[in-house]
Write a protein that binds this ligand. Structure first.
Ligand code: COA
Length: 330
């Protein structure tokens, strides 16, 4: 407990990835690329791709149900559903409302949160504030994406990077000194032009011309995004460690957004964190955007790499540009 505020803990976690695996070799049949190029530039070997029947809300719903089971929480107990996503089912209603209905969280409010690939970190921080103030006692925070629907499958610079998936956590209050210890959120809208999906909003509504010009797909200046991501995630990790009162040597586990292995390695080098303390699964899922951190966290927990009392730092970076970090005592 900090002052009169109550700590929020992750009381349960659940994930969902589509069954379909798309390997680098499969991609060689779609665009002019190679397994060697993709692996050496990004560390990605394969990614999951949603079936035509699966939308973002479908993956989110499965992840949410698993997280509630893990936390031993009934749907009626959920006070709030936050879905962080860049690939909502529709512009509105919010994907969170679709999930709230599907899981039977009939006593909950629900909204989507858009903060690029940092969305899960943002949503975790927002959700934890409702717990901290004592307003709510059960908050469901979900990161879910089907970005495969928004990549141009003729653009080898982007289609090889992204994958689909979802992860959800249940936040609960805790009376001990564990849970979320510190967080920091950042944005630099001026650099936002480096990663955009230009059309389909109020500025450029869908027309035949926007479709023909492929403006409904992700556009990215990979080089700039790479540099910004390394700098930003390194800095925010140090900031949350400092505000949690932790020395770098006290950090037990580091979970960065899984954008690219080279980015993760560069951030870890900057921070001087040994690789055995860093969770990496970008090789199997690619960049799943808001789902990447909960997918990585779940893997670390399932494999027993995180133990009670461990200090964890999670950092994200994405379109906006946005970045942020959270320090947790497990
Ligand atoms: N296969 C083969 N060649 C490719 C390719 C692919 N999939 N994608 C790009 N290339 C080519 C380019 O056309 C270019 O060729 P040229 O020199 O003849 O023009 C060359 O490879 C180098 O391209 P470049 O974009 O400079 O490569 P890079 O080393 O920067 O790697 C990324 C590209 C996308 C892997 C890298 O920039 C990156 O990961 N950036 C960060 C992206 C990210 O994380 N975004 C999400 C943030 S949340």
């Amino acid at each position: 407990m900090i002052g009169n505020l109550i700590n929020a803990v992750i009381a349960g976690i659940g994930v969902c990835v589509p069954d379909r695996v798309l390997t680098n070799n499969d991609l060689e049949n779609i665009v002019h690329t190679s397994d060697e190029w993709i692996l050496s530039r990004s560390g990605i070997r394969e990614r999951r791709i949603a079936s035509p029947r699966e939308a973002t809300s479908d993956l989110a719903t499965v992840a949410a149900v698993r997280a509630m089971e893990d936390a031993e929480v009934m749907p009626e107990q959920v006070d709030l559903v936050i879905v962080a996503t860049n690939s909502p089912d529709m512009l509105f209603p919010a994907t969170a409302c679709l999930v709230q209905d599907r899981i039977g969280a009939k006593n909950a409010g629900a909204f989507d949160l858009a903060a690029g690939c940092t969305g899960f970190i943002y949503a975790l921080c927002v959700g934890s504030q409702f717990i901290a103030t004592g307003s709510y006692s059960t908050v469901l925070v979900i990161g879910s994406e089907t970005l495969s629907r928004f990549v141009n499958w003729e653009d080898r610079g982007t289609c090889v990077i992204f994958g689909d998936g979802a992860g959800a956590v249940v936040l609960k209050p805790v009376s001990e000194d564990n849970g979320i210890l510190a967080f920091k959120l950042w944005s630099d809208g001026g650099a936002g032009r480096h990663l955009t999906l230009p059309a389909g909003g109020s500025k450029r509504p869908a027309t035949k011309d926007t479709v023909d010009s492929k403006l409904h797909y992700i556009q990215m200046n990979g080089h700039e995004v790479f540099k910004l991501a390394v700098r930003a995630m390194g800095k925010v990790a140090q900031e949350v460690l400092a505000s949690a009162g932790l020395k770098k040597s006290e950090l037990d586990f580091f979970i960065p957004h899984q954008a690219n292995l080279k980015i993760i390695e560069a951030v870890a080098r900057r921070l001087d964190i040994p690789t055995e303390k860093v969770l990496i699964n970008v090789d199997r899922y690619g960049n799943t955007s808001t789902a990447s951190i909960p997918l990585a966290l779940e893997e670390a927990l399932r494999s027993g790499r995180i133990k009670k009392g461990d200090h964890i730092v999670m950092v994200g970076f994405g379109a906006g540009m946005t970045w942020g970090g959270v320090a947790i005592k497990w």
